[in-house]
Design a protein around this ligand. Structure first.
Ligand SMILES: [Fe+2]
Ligand SMILES: [Fe+2]
Length: 298
């Protein structure tokens, strides 16, 4: 099987990532001016990435309502991202507990837990600063995720982490140089993009190392778990209650968003980097590939 990435020695990679972490990490408490006023009229995410964009419902919204919806929708995505980071801390802590505490590979896993701790605080502060509710995923997703966090390991774990990190990264990166977006949001995205690039590198290499050792049956199982995680996370990113904030009926607006071809395109765009990689390494394929299609990620 062709590999898009040649995994180098895991400790060598970890040493490089640790060195980069030391030179280029952020402290959101001091690196973000939490008291700076929001800029009048600037958006909170690109309008063309809002779930209703391109529908008749969107066309009926006033410019003020559209702006308000960008705020609630990015707030919902951020709150789900924050929650996945806490699940990831649990996964990484379990992973690191069984590794050699002397190895750089272990030290990087622990460093990443530290990064995610700061990110979760940063996102939590941002949601509070914007005066938004803590949307997050529904209970029907939160409860099984506790079991997932306690059980899953190996390729399914690294692939699931990559799906979440790389899809949200795509959205954040697109805002870095976008003058239409609030400066505070852009700074948060900048911090996150820099630190996530290291996490992605770590997980991608570890995934390549792990997937080769799976037998046929195990591979299908790891593929299935990853597909279910991808489908679930992408489906809960936008909480239906965000629509209520602009006077829309949550059930009706949610149905419109789920049927919106433009929203399907946004999902595929968010997955444009991770899907070819997972396909290349063999983590997308077989019967569970249908789940990726149903989620509009493929
Ligand atoms: Fe993060
Ligand atoms: Fe991360």
């Amino acid at each position: 099987m062709a590999r898009v990435l040649q995994p180098k020695d895991r400790d060598k990679t970890a040493e490089r990532l640790l060195d980069s972490s030391m030179r280029n990490s952020y402290d959101p408490d001091v690196d973000i001016d939490w008291d700076a006023p929001l800029v009048e009229g600037k958006s909170f995410m690109p309008e063309e990435r809002v779930s209703l964009y391109g529908t008749a419902l969107w066309d009926r919204l006033s410019p003020e309502q559209r702006l308000e919806l960008t705020k609630h929708e990015i707030g919902s995505i951020t709150s789900v991202g924050l929650w996945t980071e806490i699940v990831l801390m649990q996964l990484l802590a379990r992973y690191a507990a069984d590794l050699d505490p002397r190895s750089p590979h272990t030290h990087y896993a622990l460093t990443e837990i530290g990064d995610e701790t700061r990110h979760a605080i940063m996102f939590g502060k941002a949601i509070g600063r914007l005066g938004l509710p803590a949307y997050g995923p529904p209970r029907v997703v939160r409860t099984p995720a506790k079991l997932f966090g306690a059980l899953i390991g190996g390729p399914a774990m690294f692939a699931s982490v990559l799906v979440v990190e790389e899809t949200t990264d795509r959205l954040q990166r697109s805002m870095l140089d976008d003058e239409r977006i609030q400066p505070m949001i852009r700074m948060i995205n900048r911090i996150h993009v820099v630190e996530e690039a290291r996490h992605v590198r770590y997980a991608r290499e570890e995934l390549v190392r792990g997937v080769g050792s799976l037998g046929r049956r195990a591979l299908e199982l790891h593929r299935l778990v990853t597909a279910v995680v991808a489908h679930t996370v992408v489906n809960v990113l936008v909480h239906p209650a965000v629509y209520r904030a602009v006077g829309l009926d949550p059930r009706e607006a949610r149905a419109v968003a789920l049927a919106n071809p433009h929203h399907h395109e946004t999902r595929r765009w968010m997955a444009e980097k991770i899907v070819p990689f997972l396909t290349e390494v063999g983590m997308i394929g077989g019967p569970s590939e249908r789940i990726w299609q149903k989620a509009h990620l493929l």
